[in-house]
Every structure is written in structure tokens, then in C-alpha cells.
Design a protein around this ligand. Structure first.
Ligand SMILES: [Zn+2]
Length: 81
């Protein structure tokens, strides 16, 4: 097992255990961080939540689960005020 700094993505708060992609960063999941950079580089939580929600739906996530995960994003370290 590789060394892990955290258990959750610091951007979308997804548990790394649920991340099915290949993670490039120790802090972010494979969906938030790709090709050496954050996929969403803005600082607008609402906008990020919309993008994250749509990508979850696109990946076949249950609508209510997707809403819940989207709600949880605000607690991720990246968005803490
Ligand atoms: Zn993420």
C-alpha cells in the first residue's frame, strides 16, 4: 500500500477508497486532479458543486447520493473559510 496523507479528497471530499481512477495527487482524487493540475481551478464552491454533481450523474451515481455528496463538498479542506 502506498503512503497516504489523507483519507478524503481535499477538494470534493470523496473517500479515496471510492476513487476508482488512478490518483496523481496525495491530496486530491483522480477526478479533481488530472494531468498535473486541478480540473476545476476556480474558487467558487457553488460552481464546483454543480460540476461535481453533473460528473457524478454522468458516472451513474444515484441522484440522491449525488445530492448528498455534493452537499458534503462544502466541508472539504479546500473550501473551508
Ligand atoms: Zn476530488
Amino acid at each position: 500500500m502506498p503512503q497516504q496523507t489523507g483519507t478524503y479528497c481535499e477538494s470534493c471530499y470523496m473517500p479515496f477508497a471510492k476513487d476508482t481512477g488512478k490518483r496523481e495527487s496525495e491530496k486530491y482524487c483522480s477526478l479533481c486532479y488530472k494531468d498535473g493540475k486541478l480540473c476545476y481551478e476556480g474558487s467558487d464552491l457553488k460552481e464546483f458543486q454543480r460540476v461535481a454533481y453533473e460528473s457524478m450523474i454522468a458516472r451513474g451515481t444515484n441522484k440522491w447520493l449525488a445530492k448528498f455528496y455534493t452537499y458534503m463538498i462544502r466541508f472539504a479542506p479546500r473550501w473551508k473559510k
